[in-house]
Design a protein around this ligand. Sequence first.
Ligand code: NAP
Length: 259
Amino acid sequence: MDLMLKGKVFIVTGGAKGIGAATSRLIASLGGLVVIADRDQQSNDLLVTEIKKSGGDASAITVDLTLLESADRTVEFATEIYGSLHGLVNNAGINDRVGLESGSLDKFEQSLRKNLFHYYTMTRCALPFLKKSKGSIVNIGSKTAETGQGGTSGYIAAKGAINALTREWAVELLKYDIRVNCVIPAEVWTPLYEWFINQEDDPERRKKEIKQRIPLEKRFTTPQEIANMVVFLLSQRSSHTTGQLIHVDGGYTHLDRMI
Ligand code: NAP
């Protein structure tokens, strides 16, 4: 299926590693023009070089999205280079384990800044351009918003809000024919996930335990499998899909894990 991305412009926040990088690569491989907005300059440069070597088009801006001015800078950067914007992937985030007992109000607020506020600022700044293109927004959520995890109040509050905002924005933006959807991963092997598992006492044992609980094929979801859904939702091939929370997780969130 041709996803008709040729010549269309997409911003991917946190687009240099993990799920974001898989999304950036896929957009470019399908002829889309990808703008990577990530704070890791080295990974930005490496990915842009890789994409260009394979014949794709990509640009990167090194930004820390927790800073308020970053959203404006990112959208300006993208639209000055390419002149338009057709889609936004709000993806950057970190499960930073700010819990009830381990945290503080200050850390809770910082966690929301890392995981939530830039979804709002990026969407607001992108809006004038998405109105012109009747574009698409894909938010990346987390199954933890539905299942809880324990010890990570800030991240979960952000991800719960992202689910709610997906519905809210889908309604608010109906009048512009802008679609808004959310892809919800559970256990995806990425640099963030590896860091998270390495906090455990016995990471290898924990990895095996988790895999055993994933109903479909007893394995982690790949970043590519998340990217496939994200890019489909960005594309006009999903032209009548909006306000959806779509779990790409091998059945982890909803199927019976005792099977
Ligand atoms: P990842 O491997 O850490 O990649 C995310 C990229 O975003 C990194 O390059 C990171 O830079 C960057 N980033 C993070 N915060 C940023 C900020 N404030 N400004 C600019 N760049 C920033 O993460 P991932 O596992 O692909 O996760 C991507 C999304 O999926 C997140 O929203 C996460 O909550 C969600 N998710 C992932 C899983 C999973 O199993 N992996 C499960 C559920 C939900 P640094 O390396 O410097 O942090």
